[in-house]
Every structure is written in structure tokens, then in C-alpha cells.
Design a protein around this ligand. Structure first.
Ligand SMILES: Nc1ncnc2c1ncn2[C@@H]1O[C@H](COP(=O)(O)OP(=O)(O)O)[C@@H](O)[C@H]1O
Ligand SMILES: [Mg+2]
Length: 259
């Protein structure tokens, strides 16, 4: 992992704390993700996983602690600039535009990243995309397995496909770090396995680092190299999957309570 070996991790979260009123959502939490590394973030409901993502993306400002990305301290860096630095995310509750197709989602995301274009222009159809842009978007849509429904409005697709649209959109900007918040939530076993395989492929082929919040431990095991366990906002374990799930404190905090 990182800082002591002299090589700076891609993402370094150090001593993050954040309280909502009396609730300590994050309590001195630290973790690191190396370049191209896949890390799972697990823990019971309310452990602070989504809050941690928000602090990394810039949606929430921590009370204490720091987030560094590629050597840069992100304090004061707004969310849209963090995205341009290479941090992409998917949401626990899908957030898509029902009337847009998968290809359009990718095109809008790719263009929003481009400083010369405006979201408004894209949404109103002005400055229509070049053939190359469309081809690239189609290729990405195919990569996530949506080629057959590339031109179908997302409102007509099921949740499994919609989650893949979110992933394609996140990948449209070629992020260096992908934060995926429960990408298998609401999916069946087949769809979940497809997401796991896709995340692995993206990490291997594109070198994208991954921080994966996920309840499905089979998905976590197949998609990541290392697992960080959060409980009541604090990191209680950090290590290889097998080691971490065998840890009695982890079993008490997490495995014992779920399912
Ligand atoms: N915007 C908010 N306002 C108040 N409390 C919040 C807010 N967001 C999260 N919380 C609380 O912070 C804690 C951590 O929540 P969250 O990060 O969503 O956990 P997880 O994603 O691990 O389930 C929970 O107790 C939750 O109720
Ligand atoms: Mg959450």
C-alpha cells in the first residue's frame, strides 16, 4: 500500500471524520488505493461507506482529515474538478435520464468532461457529436454488454441494464479511479456476476483503480484484491479478502448481522 514504501498511492484518505448532528458518520477513517488497484469497502448499513465516497468526490466536506488524489490535496477542490482529475463514481440509487439512451448517456458524460462543450448544448442537441465520438461511445456501450440496447431509452430498460449504463457513463471519462456504490443492489445473481466480471475487466484492461462498496461478498471476493471494513465510521480491518472475512471483529460487526 503506500506511503511508507515511498510510492504515493493514487488515493490516500487520512483521518477523515464527519458528524451529522450527533451521528459520527466517519470517525478518523484512513485508507489508501494504489494505481490500478481494486479495493472493496464493506460494512453494515450506516457504517459510513456512502459518506466516505461523498467526501472523496467532493459532495460533502469532512470535519477533519484529508483526501489526496495523485499527490494532490483535494481540500477546497470542487466536485466537478475532482471528476476532471479522474475520479468517477456510480450511485447507490441509480441516477439516470430515462429519456436518454445508453449511447447518449456516454456521449453527454464524455462531453461534459470536455471544457469546450456545455451540458446544455449537448442536452439540447446543438453541437451534435462527431462520428468518431459516436463510435467511441458505441464501443464503450458494447464493452459493458449493452450493444443490443444501445439506442433504447433507459426508461425502457431493466435495473440490471440501467446499472451497466451508469458504469459506462462513469467510464466515459477514462477515470483513474472508479468509485462504485453497491453496483449489484437489486440485481439477480446472473446480473451480479456480470457486473463483477466487468469490473475486473475494466481494472485489468484499462488500469482503472476501483473502490467498490458492496454487500454481496461473492462479488467483492471476485472483483477486488483487498478489503477495507468500516464500522460506525471507523476502519476496523484492512487486508486480503480471506484474512479480513476470517477476522472475529469483522464477523461480529458485519457478517453476523447481515443475512
Ligand atoms: N445527509 C445526511 N444527514 C444526516 N445523517 C446522514 C446523512 N448521510 C448519512 N447520514 C448518516 O450517517 C451514517 C452513515 O451513513 P452512510 O454513509 O449512508 O452509510 P452506508 O453507506 O455505509 O450505509 C448513518 O447513520 C446515516 O444515517
Ligand atoms: Mg451507502
Amino acid at each position: 500500500m503506500g506511503d511508507r514504501s515511498g510510492e504515493e498511492p493514487l488515493l490516500a484518505v487520512d483521518g477523515l471524520s464527519l458528524a451529522f448532528g450527533g451521528v459520527r458518520a466517519l470517525d478518523d477513517a484512513s485508507l489508501a488505493v494504489g494505481p490500478g488497484e481494486a479495493v472493496g469497502l464493506v460494512g453494515p448499513n450506516g457504517a459510513g461507506k456512502t459518506t466516505l465516497f461523498e467526501c472523496i468526490c467532493g459532495g460533502l466536506r469532512p470535519d477533519a482529515g484529508s483526501v489526496r488524489f495523485a499527490g494532490l490535496d483535494l481540500a477546497g477542490v470542487p466536485a466537478h474538478r475532482r471528476a476532471r482529475l479522474g475520479i468517477a463514481r456510480t450511485f447507490q440509487r441509480v441516477e439516470v435520464f430515462g429519456e436518454l439512451t445508453p449511447v447518449e448517456h456516454v456521449l453527454v458524460a464524455a462531453r461534459a468532461q470536455d471544457a469546450r462543450s456545455t451540458l446544455w448544448q449537448d442536452l439540447t442537441g446543438r453541437g451534435s457529436p462527431s462520428r468518431r465520438e459516436v463510435e467511441e461511445a458505441m464501443a464503450l456501450v458494447a464493452t459493458v454488454g449493452l450493444a443490443e440496447v444501445a439506442d433504447v431509452p433507459v426508461a425502457a430498460l431493466g435495473l440490471g441494464h440501467t446499472r451497466l449504463v451508469e458504469l459506462a457513463r462513469a467510464l466515459a471519462v477514462s477515470p483513474r479511479l472508479l468509485l462504485a456504490d453497491e453496483p449489484s443492489s437489486g440485481l439477480d445473481t446472473g446480473e451480479t456476476a456480470a457486473i463483477a466480471a466487468l469490473l475486473r475487466r475494466v481494472q485489468r484492461e484499462r488500469g482503472t483503480a476501483l473502490l467498490l462498496v458492496e454487500h454481496d461478498l461473492a462479488l467483492v471476493r471476485s472483483a477486488v484484491d483487498r478489503v477495507v471494513v468500516l464500522e460506525s465510521g471507523a476502519v476496523i480491518a484492512d487486508g486480503p479478502f480471506a484474512e479480513v472475512v476470517g477476522d472475529p471483529a469483522v464477523r461480529r460487526a458485519y457478517l453476523g448481522r447481515s443475512a
